[in-house]
Write a protein that binds this ligand. Sequence first.
Ligand code: NAD
Length: 455
Amino acid sequence: MKVTIFGTGYVGLVTGACLAEVGHQVMCMDVDTHKIDRLKDGIIPIYEPGLEPIVKANIDSGNLLFTSNAEEAVSHGQVQFIAVGTPPDEDGSADLQYVLAVAESIATYMSDEKIIVNKSTVPVGTADKVRAKAQSKLDERRVHLPFSVISNPEFLKEGAAVNDCMRPDRIVVGIDREGETRGKVEATMRELYAPFCRNHEKIIFMDVRSAELTKYAANCMLATKISFMNEMANIAERVGADIEQVRQGIGSDPRIGYQFIYPGCGYGGSCFPKDVKALISTSKQLGYKAEILESVENVNDRQKHKLFEMICQHYGCDPKNPGDTLRGKVFTLWGLAFKPKTDDMREAPSRTLMEQLWAAGAKVQAYDPEAMDECERIYGNQDGLHLMGTPASALHNADALVIVTEWQSFRAPDFNLIKEQVADQVIFDGRNMHEPSQVMDKGIGYYGIGRGKAI
Ligand code: NAD
């Protein structure tokens, strides 16, 4: 099947590569010509495990094409995916300008029937806006061409995106039209996704609005689990309980489960913060106060300050006004990406911490296995930032070690080296990667999240 994908970010590029891998003929379009030029040469703009080989293989086989020419892109695919960004507007609502620009491009250049599939995360009702935008362009062109607008939200996780795309838990498809058109669109989507449903049916068909809300409901549920555990961790700390023991105690209940109940220094990334905000905003516009979601966001904002608060507690200063206590101190940061196996630093807790440390006059020596270039891009000129080539070199002449992202490579560090290199012999562990007693037995101070009795 011939497929066009607008947007070659995490979602568009991974989707395009996976559809090409199973045999579809895919053309990816992006307005970022530099990105497209590099992709044509097989240079992947993001770090995503397993992505590079399938992009390269499918460029070579001719199944995966790249263009920045919208007309060429529109004429290629019978199915036109929208996978562009939907960043938060100032009031937290999703900014739809990129989505609607793609709708306009499709209607500007289409000369036969198209199925427009929206994969971007968009507020309920966006399909109607996409349809109206495309229709008004067709009217302006004075042409009569049939098209459908359907919703197919994406559930892939950065860091496991290729696997999630090749082996999805479910594929949600929202279609509104009745009768023959619906049958045709449904059949096309079944054919498109058949290679991913070989063992059992994974497509869940529903109406468009329900599909649009399904995506927000999923991300808000996951964000809620994280904020809930962070709240429990903060309580555990105060009552002298260890959240890690509590986590095991509740995870063993199958109604709760072990997944996604890890306390830490807050969620980040390009999705949870913006999607929680967007659903709060949608609710507000409709006169409903989304109390749980507002709390989820507030708890997370507070949690992102947690590491700095622990640091201030250790050094005996007020986090709101640390004075000169931290001035000149050197903090090693292990981990910059918002989670492991990605180079994405959007809304990462590391950014909140680094900015607080710099404001207090401290210095940062940071190492991340994948996000160094991204950090350089964001903070390249920042005074007090040194990007180091290895976890060990980042410890050199440091005063304290802070673990911000739970990369596997930080799981079994050389504690003797830490003790030797880190002047104040203390670890602030924002991801509870280590057992407090093990670290403290080595003669190193330890602060974790919600580890009350254990510390
Ligand atoms: P991204 O910012 O990584 O990429 C978006 C791309 O779209 C950019 O390359 C940009 O140049 C391009 N673009 C902008 N306007 C365009 C236009 N008119 N035509 C063609 N290309 C255009 O975004 P992303 O992380 O891939 O997310 C895309 C959407 O998918 C968002 O709505 C996001 O919420 C959603 N989503 C993201 C993830 C994730 O893990 N990143 C997961 C599920 C859903």
